[in-house]
Design a protein around this ligand. Structure first.
Ligand SMILES: C[S@@+](CC[C@H](N)C(=O)[O-])C[C@H]1O[C@@H](n2cnc3c(N)ncnc32)[C@H](O)[C@@H]1O
Length: 561
């Protein structure tokens, strides 16, 4: 095997695994200046010499008009030369074969030059046959993906995983998803693929029956107490956002004692917890009760409220995960108790109660969420930076015309974006003016709400842009139930008492939708539990106990959310 000067007309290009001949001009310059540093590698085939390694250099010297070129003649047939060509190209460390060139070479080795997979393993192309097949499978990927692998924006190992996805739509989704990621790794790609495959199955199984409202009602709004959320199965709601009553004597909670308020919480808070799905979030916005006790002329005291929520929800495996302080701003309020003047008594300074809490509670368990939905729903890095802080500075709603305690839209907006996925059901269990539903719909979620005070129906309609003609129409005539006259109604209640072994004294409340046509199922009775004594003051009886004092009233009428 010596070096020989061979007439250029006797040389022909041969097989090469290299597809991409880059840097020809650069090579030309260097050969012109320094000559050919390395002879061509050729094999003799009849009267001609076929190049094993050096096609690119051969083209250059031909262009430069050389008559002959130095060659090393290798004693190899076409089959052996193909492998040799691969070896010499692989040795070119500055200009490595890319993974697609390697895959194409393996394909040629098998199909054109007759190598078996075992031959390829023996020649050291891979450690095992699976790797050979993985490499070959890259060639089944769409061309644009092969290009990305060739240029290195998708790694070959990622390529193997993608190629293993048989469904072409899913494959396209995987490629789309991983191409959009800033930081990637093979493990991440594997996880994405697994999650996307799961998501295909998830999509098929997802239950999608929206709860129905009675006729004449606003779609998505249930006008009754959320202590009975019969429209939802247990453990089905992914996100509940609620600002429950404050117990400070606002228009919808007048004449309610603190004892009643607590009893009320005990009735509905656990129901919210039961409806929450494992892994779901319950976000509660509330304030402490300031000046607690002053109605009894005791010293003013703050009644902390957070513990009630935590204690009612912990038995349902719902745990307090985060606390946000909603800073309402309000740097100055014209209120005698926080103003500074000559009468201000030293050590008795009072602070402006310009904040509330947002408790973020999560039910134990994990939600199975398709990965593409996860990606679609994620908040941006900028939003994360703004919202990760424990204090949320958000202006309250200033002129609370229609409802005295609306929270600003920004509050549910952040919570919905952070704790739900696109298309999720979001429920407000003390809806008020309908803010949560409005924002939920704007964010591509399905918004629902409970409001027990029907006087807010027009307010909710206004906020949601709902007109009379949009209200729920009767769907199927046959399902409308039996008309109830007062006598029939009394008889139905009598029947229900008898069936439950109760007397009228055991009734705490009866809830009946306001409509002329009623079915028995729609009549809801709350009984006193067997071990409970009837409250002498009755369910809405006035009590002298513990209401917020004037200061609080003044504050709330101006500024409560
Ligand atoms: C603090 S406000 C909520 C205001 C609401 N976040 C908004 O932006 O308009 C509480 C509202 O929930 C209603 N409510 C309180 N407890 C309820 C319950 N258990 N079920 C249904 N409605 C309730 C009250 O009538 C009141 O309108």
């Amino acid at each position: 095997m010596g070096v020989k000067n061979i007439n250029i007309n006797l040389i022909v290009e041969g097989y090469s695994p290299r597809q991409n001949y880059k840097g020809k001009e650069e090579l030309k310059g260097s050969i012109e200046k320094e000559g050919l540093l390395e002879p061509l590698l050729v094999r003799k085939d009849g009267n001609v010499y076929v190049i094993i390694a050096g096609n690119r250099r051969f083209r250059v010297v031909k262009e430069l008009g050389w008559k002959a070129v130095e060659c090393i003649i290798e004693d190899a047939d076409e089959k052996a030369a193909a492998h040799l060509s691969y070896l010499t190209n692989s040795e070119d460390l500055r200009n490595n074969l890319n993974p697609i060139e390697v895959a194409l070479h393996l394909k040629e080795m098998r199909e054109k030059f007759g190598y078996s997979v075992q031959d390829l393993l023996d020649l050291g192309y891979a450690k095992d046959d699976q790797t050979i097949y993985n490499k070959l499978n890259l060639l089944k990927l769409p061309e644009d993906v092969q290009e990305k692998i060739a240029e290195g924006t998708i790694t070959p190992t990622e390529g193997y995983r993608i190629a293993a996805v048989k469904d072409s739509d899913l494959q396209a989704k995987v490629i789309d998803t991983i191409s959009g990621l800033k930081r990637r790794s093979v493990r991440k790609t594997e996880r994405i693929i697994k999650n996307l495959i799961d998501s295909v199955n998830y999509g098929k199984e997802a239950p999608d029956q929206p709860p129905q409202v009675p006729e004449g009602d606003i779609p998505g709004v249930f006008f009754h107490d959320s202590s009975h959320m019969r429209e939802f199965e247990d453990e089905t709601i992914p996100l509940i956002i609620v600002s429950p009553n404050y117990g400070v004597g606002l228009e919808y909670e007048k004449e309610v004692s603190f004892k009643d308020h607590k009893k009320d919480l005990e009735k509905y808070v656990p129901e919210w917890g039961r409806k929450l799905m494992p892994g779901g979030y319950l976000c509660i916005n509330f304030g402490d009760i300031h000046n607690f006790g002053t109605k009894q002329e005791t010293e003013p005291e703050i009644q902390v409220m957070g513990q009630f929520f935590q204690e009612l929800l912990r038995p349902l495996s719902i745990r307090l995960r985060d606390i946000k302080i909603w800073d309402k701003g309000m740097t100055f309020v014209n209120n005698r108790q926080v103003s500074f003047n000559d009468d201000t008594k030293h050590t008795s300074y009072r602070s402006l109660h310009n904040f509330e809490y947002i408790y973020i509670l999560k039910k134990d368990g994990k939600r199975e969420v398709p990965y593409d939905l996860e990606l679609k729903s994620r908040i941006s890095e900028q939003e994360w930076k703004e919202w990760v802080t424990g204090i949320w500075r958000i202006d309250p709603v200033r002129r609370q015309k229609d409802h005295p305690a609306q929270f600003p839209e920004e509050l549910p907006r952040r919570l919905i974006k952070m704790y739900s996925y696109e298309g999720d059901i979001v429920v407000d269990t003390a809806l008020g003016s309908g803010t949560t539903i409005k924002v939920a719909l704007e964010l591509g979620r399905r918004g629902y709400g409970y409001e027990r005070d029907t006087r807010y129906k027009p307010v909710i309609m206004k906020k949601l842009g709902i007109k009379e003609e949009d209200l729920k129409k009767p769907e199927v005539e046959e399902d409308r139930g039996t008309p109830h006259t007062i006598n029939e109604f009394a008889k139905t209640i009598g029947d229900m008492l008898a069936e439950n072994n109760k007397t009228p004294k055991d009734i705490v409340s009866v809830r009946v939708p306001l409509k002329s046509v009623l079915s028995r199922d729609e009549i809801e009775i709350d009984w006193l539990n067997d071990d409970e004594e009837p409250d002498p003051s009755g369910p809405t009886g006035t009590s002298e106990l513990l209401r917020a004092d004037d200061y609080e009233n003044e504050m709330t009428s101006q500024e409560v959310s």
